[in-house]
Design a binder for this molecule. Structure first.
Ligand SMILES: [Zn+2]
Length: 720
C-alpha cells in the first residue's frame, strides 16, 4: 500500500507514465476533494482517510444475467451504467455459495477456514474476527447496514462496527415460524436506506452496506416485472432490484455524492437454475453458483470507466481493496487473506495468476454428505469431491465435460495445491464461540428454502461420505417436500418423503418433515411417532424436541412435554421457544411463579417476543404483581399482541391498581372481541360495583348468569 507521501512524491514528477498513477490519482482525488469541496471529506482527510463508500450486495445474482455482462433478456440500466462508470470484473468468484458465509468472507477478507462461518448451523462470526465496518468506525465514519434476510440478521455476528444495523427481525411484530420476518423486498430495504441517507450526520463520511435479497427463490417480483418477465421470473427479480438500486443512485446524484463515492457492487453467489441438476445454490460448486458480478466504481475523473478485467479474482479481495482505496492504516489488514484489486483498476490487462478458492459444507452439515472444495485457475476449474472433477473453462464454460479421467496428473496437482491452500489459510487457534443461534432460526431458514438440519454426529470429515453428486435427487425431493409442506399440501409432501425413506434410512430430515406435516394436519399420534423417529436418528435435535413437545401438548400429555422441553433447554440454554413453552405448561398447571421465571428467560433471549411478554404479564397478574403485569402486557401490545385474554388481564391489573374507570373501558372492548368471555364479564360487573354503578353491575352480572351458571352461583352473594 502506498503511503500518502509516497503517493505525492510519485505524482509530482511526470506521473503520466507511472503505472501507479491512476491508483495514486484516485487516492489523491479522495484526499484533495476533501480539502477543496466537502466538509465531510475534509474531516476524513484530516484523519487520514478517504471518502464515502457504498457496498451493494444483491443476493443470488448470476453475473451472466445482467445486461452489462452480455445478457440480452433483461433490462438492468442502472447496474449497466455503474459498469460504464466503473471497472467490471468478468471472472469474480464467491468463496461459498451460501449467503452468510459468503458475506462473512466479503466483510472480513478471510476464508471460512479462518473465520469459521461455514453455513448457518453454527454460531455465526466469532468476536475475534474483525469486520470491515469496524475499520471504518475506527476512522470516524458514519456506518450503516441495511440487510434483507434473516440469514444476515444481527445475531450472526456481522453487525459489529455498524452504528446502524437495519435488519429483518427488528421488525416490530414478531411471530415465530412465519416467513413474515424472514426476508423483505428491495423497496422496503431501499426505503430504510434512503431515510437513513437523508438524515445521517453529514459532517462525517459514510460507509454503508446495502443488501437486497429478491433474486433468491421463490421468484415473485412485483408488477410490472412479474408480467414483463413471466416465464423467467428470476430475471424479473433482478430487473426489480436494478430499479431499486436506481433509486439509491438517484439519491446520491441529487446530493452530489454519486461521483465522489466509491461504489462496490457484487453478489454473494449465483443460482444454478437447473444446471447440474441443482435448482438453487449451496449444494454444488460450479460456476453457475460461484461466478458473481463485481463492479468497482471509483470517484469520477479518477480512472477511465467501462473497463473490463478478465483475471480470476475472489470476493475475499473486496475488504483489502476497499481499505487500500480509502488509504486506511488499520489493524484489520493484518487478518486479510485476500489481495487488493486496486492494481487492476489501474491496469485491467495486468497479468495475474491468482486462483479462487471455494467450499461448501452445506452437504455435510445438513445431510451428512461429503463437503466440497474447489480451486479455480485462469484455465481450469477443479472440484475436490469423493469423485473429483476437472473442467477446462476456456473450452467448456458450462462445465459439462469432466476431464479428470484423461488429465489425472493435472487433477492430482490441483488436489495437492488445494490441500496446501487449505492448510495455509486454516486458523490455528479455535476462535471463541459467538452467541448461540436463536431457536427459531432453523425453522425460519426452511421458510427461505434452506434445510439447515444438523447432520447426525459421528459422520466425520472422512472420505467415505456420499458424494453430493449422487444425492442430488434426494436433495431435490427434500426441497420439494418442504415447499409442499409449507404450502399446506401435506399429502403430496408425505408421499414424496415416504417414497424416499427406504433409500435414505439415516436422513432424519424425512421423519422431521413427516412429523410436521402430521402435526399441522392434527394427526397427533403420527406426529409424535415421527418426531421420536427423528430423535432416534439424531438425539437432542432441537426442532424435533420442540415438535414432539408440541405434539404431546396438543394431545394433553403434559407429563411427556416437560422432559422434552427441558432437554431442549439443556442443549441450548438460550432456546427461548423451549422456555416459552415451559412457561405455557406451568401456567396451565397454575404454577405462576415458575411460569414467571420461564417467561422471563424467554424474553431475555428474545426481547421482541410478544407472546412471551403476554404470558409473563398474565403470570404476574395471577401472582398479584399488578404493576409489573401491566407494564409487560402493554409491552406485548406494542410488539403486536392483541387478543381478549391479554386485554382482560390488562384491565384486571388496572382495576387492582385503583383505576376501575379505565378497567371498565377495557373490559367493554374485551367483550366486544369475545362476548361469551364469562370471566371478563364478571370482572366488568365487579368494576362497576367498585365504581358504585349498581345498575350497570347488576345488568352485567345478569348477563353472566345467562351464560355461566357456575360463576353466577359462585359470586351471586356479591351482587345481592
Ligand atoms: Zn445469498
Amino acid at each position: 500500500m502506498l503511503s500518502s507521501s509516497e503517493c505525492k512524491q510519485r505524482m509530482r514528477p511526470a506521473a503520466i507514465t507511472s503505472p501507479a498513477r491512476i491508483v495514486c490519482s484516485f487516492l489523491m482525488a479522495l484526499f484533495l476533494g476533501a480539502e477543496c469541496c466537502d466538509r465531510a471529506q475534509a474531516l476524513a482527510a484530516d484523519s487520514g482517510s478517504g471518502g464515502h463508500v457504498l457496498l451493494i450486495t444483491v443476493d443470488t445474482l448470476r453475473a451472466d444475467h445482467l445486461g452489462c455482462y452480455g445478457y440480452q433478456r433483461i433490462k438492468t440500466p442502472n447496474i449497466d451504467q455503474l459498469a460504464v462508470d466503473g471497472v467490471r470484473f468478468n471472472r469474480a468468484y464467491a468463496q461459498v455459495p451460501l449467503t452468510l458465509p459468503s458475506h462473512a468472507v466479503i466483510l472480513t477478507g478471510t476464508y471460512p477456514m479462518y473465520n469459521t462461518v461455514r453455513d448457518f448451523t453454527g454460531v455465526g462470526l466469532p468476536p475475534s474476527v474483525g469486520i470491515l465496518s469496524e475499520a471504518f468506525e475506527r476512522h470516524g465514519y458514519v456506518t450503516a447496514a441495511f440487510v434483507s434476510s434473516l440469514v444476515l440478521d444481527s445475531f450472526w455476528g456481522l453487525r459489529r462496527g455498524f452504528q446502524t444495523y437495519d435488519s429483518v427481525v427488528n421488525a416490530e411484530s414478531f411471530e415465530t415460524g412465519t416467513r413474515q420476518n424472514a426476508d423483505r423486498v428491495a423497496k422496503e430495504t431501499v426505503d430504510r436506506f434512503l431515510s437513513w441517507y437523508a438524515s445521517r450526520p453529514t459532517e462525517k463520511p459514510f460507509f454503508a452496506w446495502l443488501h437486497l435479497y429478491d433474486p433468491h427463490s421463490p421468484y415473485r417480483p412485483p408488477e410490472p416485472y412479474f408480467s414483463q418477465y413471466f416465464g423467467h421470473l428470476y430475471d424479473g427479480e433482478i430487473a426489480y432490484c436494478d430499479d431499486q438500486i436506481g433509486r439509491v443512485f438517484t439519491a446520491l446524484k441529487r446530493t452530489g455524492l454519486y461521483d465522489r463515492t466509491l461504489i462496490i457492487f457484487l453478489s454473494d453467489h449465483g443460482e444454478s437454475l437447473g444446471e447440474h441438476g441443482e435448482d438453487e445454490h449451496g449444494l454444488f460448486l460450479y460456476s453457475a453458483t460461484l461466478r458473481v458480478p463485481l463492479i468497482v466504481k471509483a470517484p469520477r475523473g479518477v480512472m477511465p470507466g467501462g473497463r473490463k478485467v478478465d483475471a480470476v479474482v475472489s470476493t475475499i479481495d473486496i475488504s483489502p481493496t476497499v481499505l487500500q482505496l480509502v488509504r486506511f492504516t488499520d489493524p484489520l489488514t493484518k487478518q486479510f487473506q485476500g489481495n487488493s484489486l486496486a492494481s487492476f483498476l489501474n491496469d485491467p490487462e495486468r497479468r495475474d495468476d491468482r486462483m479462487a478458492y471455494a467450499e461448501t459444507f452445506y452437504p455435510k452439515n445438513s445431510f451428512g454428505w461429503s463437503p466440497l472444495r474447489a480451486l479455480i485457475g485462469a484455465r481450469h476449474f477443479y472440484i475436490d469431491a469423493p469423485r473429483p472433477e476437472l473442467y477446462d473453462m476456456a473450452k467448456d464454460p458450462g462445465q459439462t465435460t469432466d476431464l479428470r479421467a484423461e488429465r489425472s496428473a493435472e487433477t492430482n496437482v490441483f488436489k495437492a495445491r488445494l490441500n496446501h491452500f487449505v492448510r495455509q489459510y486454516t486458523t490455528r487457534a479455535t476462535p471463541p464461540a459467538g452467541s448461540p443461534v436463536p431457536a427459531d432460526t432453523l425453522e425460519k431458514l426452511r421458510s427461505l428454502g434452506y434445510l439447515a438440519y444438523k447432520a447426525p454426529a459421528g459422520t466425520g470429515d472422512g472420505v467415505n461420505l456420499p458424494d453430493p453428486k449422487d444425492k442430488i435427487k434426494t436433495h431435490r425431493v427434500i426441497l420439494r417436500a418442504t415447499v409442499l409442506s409449507e404450502t399446506g399440501r401435506f399429502a403430496e409432501s408425505d408421499r414424496l418423503l415416504r417414497e424416499l425413506a427406504p433409500a435414505e434410512p439415516k436422513l432424519y430430515a424425512i421423519p422431521l418433515i413427516l412429523g410436521e406435516n402430521a402435526f399441522r394436519e392434527g394427526r397427533l399420534k403420527e406426529a409424535q411417532r415421527q418426531f421420536l423417529a427423528c430423535l432416534n436418528l439424531s438425539p437432542a435435535f432441537s426442532p424435533a424436541l420442540i415438535g414432539a413437545a408440541r405434539a404431546y401438548h396438543a394431545d394433553h400429555q403434559n407429563e411427556k412435554v416437560k422432559p422434552l422441553l427441558q432437554l431442549a433447554l439443556q442443549q441450548n440454554s438460550h432456546n427461548f421457544l423451549a422456555s416459552y413453552a415451559l412457561g405455557v405448561v406451568a401456567s396451565e398447571e397454575k404454577n405462576y411463579v415458575q411460569a414467571t421465571s420461564y417467561f422471563q428467560a424467554s424474553v431475555r433471549d428474545r426481547p421482541n417476543f410478544a407472546q412471551a411478554y403476554e404470558g409473563l404479564g398474565i403470570a404476574q397478574a395471577e401472582t398479584h404483581k399488578y404493576r409489573e403485569a401491566l407494564s409487560n402486557l402493554e409491552h406485548a401490545r406494542t410488539l403486536g399482541a392483541f387478543n381478549a385474554v391479554l386485554l382482560n388481564y390488562q384491565a384486571f391489573a388496572l382495576s387492582n391498581l385503583g383505576n376501575p374507570r379505565k378497567a371498565v373501558e377495557l373490559y367493554l372492548r374485551v367483550l366486544e372481541l369475545k362476548p361469551d368471555y364469562a370471566l371478563a364479564r364478571l370482572n366488568l360487573a365487579m368494576a362497576y360495583r367498585e365504581l358504585g354503578e349498581r345498575e350497570n353491575a347488576l345488568r352485567q352480572f345478569g348477563k353472566l348468569c345467562d351464560s355461566d351458571s357456575q360463576l353466577c352461583e359462585q359470586f351471586k352473594g356479591s351482587f345481592q
